[in-house]
Design a binder for this molecule. Structure first.
Ligand code: 9WN
Length: 445
């Protein structure tokens, strides 16, 4: 790919992020996701750092202004000023205004992977050489630091349902990998919602293709779980007894571990003590290995906490612990071997970034969301892991495959793992943002 093509790609990415800007923050997509999403905001900030750092900080602030008093950062912070921007389930469904300790901006009541400390540290590093931008960055980090700490504390204290040092998720949406086969077993035990005719409410189907989205059966359980959690006013007490879906996700928890590593560095800049973050990071890595690593497969698997069982499915979230700088060699090698097997296939074998699910599984679906397509954010995380663990050649070819794919198909939400066709919504913000970050890493070219 020529640098001219990279230049065109950069322009496309910049335009996408400009078009998705909404007063104080960037929406993931104007059509499908017209509000602010939590982990999207982190990825978006990483990209904005290269073109408009002040907007990167603004996006993060906007999200953390919607943080709850208990420390949780909601997975959606809603924009209510324009009622044409509907989304199901919206603010009325979540009813955060009925719950104590919530912000004035309506939000959902569940969380998403805590990528924000990693993002904030990236944004800071991007501007650290410029004195004026650095001063602003330090101020922003000072504002964010206690909020990031509260976010981590919420996950560690309120969500460690199994008591083994990992956060449990109460809803597939919390993983960000909504309909991943990783949740199939645990979700099968959840009774679908008997009262809500989900088809009539699903706005996603008006703006996207049905075969590319989760099914009605999925949605019926999504709604049942959200209603059950809402009925308990989103309190996490006694979750083990009363909530029908509890899972430990290797990607979510690895991101929480990476957040502690980032917080240790942020603490040094803002004059706080980095030690507790280093301790906690090491604890998370140990807990991930003890609870979610399977030496027989060489990768990590989601745990169904209620059944106390690892899922046998090989999903891409099981490779994401590669982002942990302190992941021991045995697990690093296990992940590299799995990523190089026909199940995932490095780009030198397939010409593609890694898919979301085992290519050889009988239930893989190249079009349906997190059950087979390629997603850019996950590949960006793996690219970071490769660089971190000293695999520059692999990192280079993964980077190139991501840039070539988006150059060819556009800033789509996800991509067919064989043809590279763009799927889901076009003009998707995190695809644009992470492309900008990859383009900025010319040393990897
Ligand atoms: C539910 C916004 C979000 C992403 C998730 C992705 C999708 C929402 C949906 O879009 O989820 O949160 O309506 O399907 O799965 O990762 O954060 O881009």
């Amino acid at each position: 790919m020529t640098s001219e093509a990279d230049q065109r790609l950069r322009e496309l990415a910049v335009t996408t992020l400009q078009d998705n800007f909404q007063q104080t923050h960037t929406v993931p997509s104007r059509t499908l996701y017209p509000h602010q999403w939590s982990w999207d905001a982190g990825f978006i900030a990483v990209g904005l750092a290269h073109i408009a750092p002040e907007r990167a900080w603004r996006d993060l602030r906007s999200l953390f202004e919607a943080q709850w008093e208990d420390g949780r950062v909601p997975h959606i912070a809603f924009d209510t000023d324009n009622n044409t921007r509907e989304y199901f389930p919206g603010p009325r469904f979540w009813a955060s205004d009925q719950v104590a300790g919530t912000p004035s901006r309506p939000t959902s009541g569940i969380v998403q992977p805590p990528i924000h400390a990693v993002a904030a540290w990236d944004v800071y590093q991007c501007v650290a050489e410029e004195p004026v931008a650095r001063r602003t960055a330090v101020e922003e980090l000072r504002w964010l630091y206690p909020r990031l700490v509260a976010q981590q504390r919420y996950l560690a204290k309120e969500r460690d349902v199994a008591g083994g040092g990992l956060a449990s998720l109460v809803h597939p949406w919390e993983s960000g990998l909504d309909n991943s086969p990783a949740w199939d077993d645990a979700l099968a035990a959840v009774p679908p919602d008997p009262d809500v005719e989900v088809r009539a409410h699903r706005r996603d189907l008006a703006v996207s293709v049905e075969s590319h989205r989760p099914t009605d059966a999925d949605y019926s359980r999504y709604i049942a779980l959200a209603r059950a959690y809402r009925a308990q006013e989103y309190l996490d007490k006694r979750l083990a007894e009363r909530h029908s879906f509890l899972v430990e996700c290797p990607a979510f928890n690895a991101i929480a571990g990476a957040a502690e590593h980032a917080l240790a560095k942020i603490a040094e800049v803002v004059g706080a003590d980095p030690t507790p973050h280093r301790v906690r990071a090491a604890e998370i890595t140990r807990a991930l290995i003890a609870r979610l690593y399977d030496p027989a497969t060489g990768m990590f698997h989601a745990r169904d906490v209620r059944a106390d069982r690892l899922t046998a499915k090989r999903c891409v979230n099981g490779l994401v612990p590669l982002i942990l700088p302190d992941l021991p060699q045995e697990q690093v090698e296990g992940i590299l071997a799995e990523a190089g097997s026909p199940r995932f296939g490095w780009p030198d074998q397939t010409g593609m970034p890694l898919p979301s699910y085992d290519r050889t599984a009988s239930d893989t679906d190249p079009l349906r969301y997190w059950r087979g397509p390629v997603w850019i954010n996950i590949n960006w995380l793996l690219w970071r892991g490769l660089r971190q663990h000293g695999h520059p050649e692999r990192a280079r070819s993964l980077r190139r495959s991501i840039l070539d794919l988006v150059s060819r198909s556009g800033c789509f939400e996800y991509f067919h793992p064989d043809t590279g066709e763009g799927i889901g919504t076009a003009e998707f913000s995190w695809t644009a943002a992470l492309v900008l970050d990859l383009l900025a890493h010319q040393e990897d070219a």
